[in-house]
Design a protein around this ligand. Structure first.
Ligand SMILES: Cc1cc2nc3c(=O)[nH]c(=O)nc-3n(C[C@H](O)[C@H](O)[C@H](O)COP(=O)(O)O)c2cc1C
Length: 171
């Protein structure tokens, strides 16, 4: 495949970065050239032939850096395959997975020009003891127990599935 894959992420507490790293490693193991960057430090999209972008859901919204990235790169993102992932929900319960998918779909609906080749909901890592202001004073947030429901096998499998999609799009 000509060009490299950009794996770009937004994170507040680090868990999305870890998922991005797993995805980048999987693509690389499968023979793709990969660059991994925070979404807010992507200076140019030149040379990238596919993008994987991920960000957490926070207070029912997708991280603002994901929104800015899409707004700033519409022209180029229309020309190459884009895969999208989001972190959430807090609990491994069917109703929460459905709810998070709805939250993400609502965000993606603001970008009708974007047709992701794949969308993945990864599950949250959450620790109330590291919350910063103002979340650390919200009783509802403090009551949620620490969890990590990210499924690394699923992340690996999703990234492997992207290889074929990206190569097919490159011709
Ligand atoms: C203040 C706060 C608000 C959150 N709001 C949501 C939410 O609305 N929906 C959801 O599914 N997950 C929510 N989460 C869970 C995050 O998506 C999850 O903790 C994620 O792993 C954080 O990513 P990061 O470590 O890259 O910042 C929230 C987490 C925090 C700390």
């Amino acid at each position: 495949m000509p060009g490299s894959v950009l794996v770009a992420y937004a994170t507040r507490y680090g868990s999305t970065k870890e998922v991005a790293e797993k995805i980048a490693a999987t693509l690389w193991e499968n023979g793709l050239t990969v660059e991994i960057l925070p979404l807010n430090s992507v200076k140019s999209m030149e040379g990238f032939s596919a993008v994987v972008m991920g960000a957490p859901l926070q207070m029912f919204r997708w991280h603002k850096d994901a929104i800015s990235f899409l707004n700033q790169n519409q022209k180029l993102l229309c020309k190459i395959p884009v895969a999208v992932f989001a972190l959430g929900p807090f609990h491994d319960e069917e109703s929460e997975w459905v709810e998070v998918r709805k939250q993400l779909d609502k965000e993606l609906a603001n970008f009708p020009w974007l047709s992701p080749v794949s969308v993945s909901i990864v599950g949250a890592k959450y620790d109330p003891s590291v919350l910063g202001f103002p979340f650390n004073i919200l009783p509802a947030m403090k009551q949620i127990p620490a969890i990590d429901i990210r499924n690394w096998d699923a992340v690996h499998g999703w990234a492997e599935g992207l290889v074929e999609k990206f190569e097919a799009a490159a011709g």
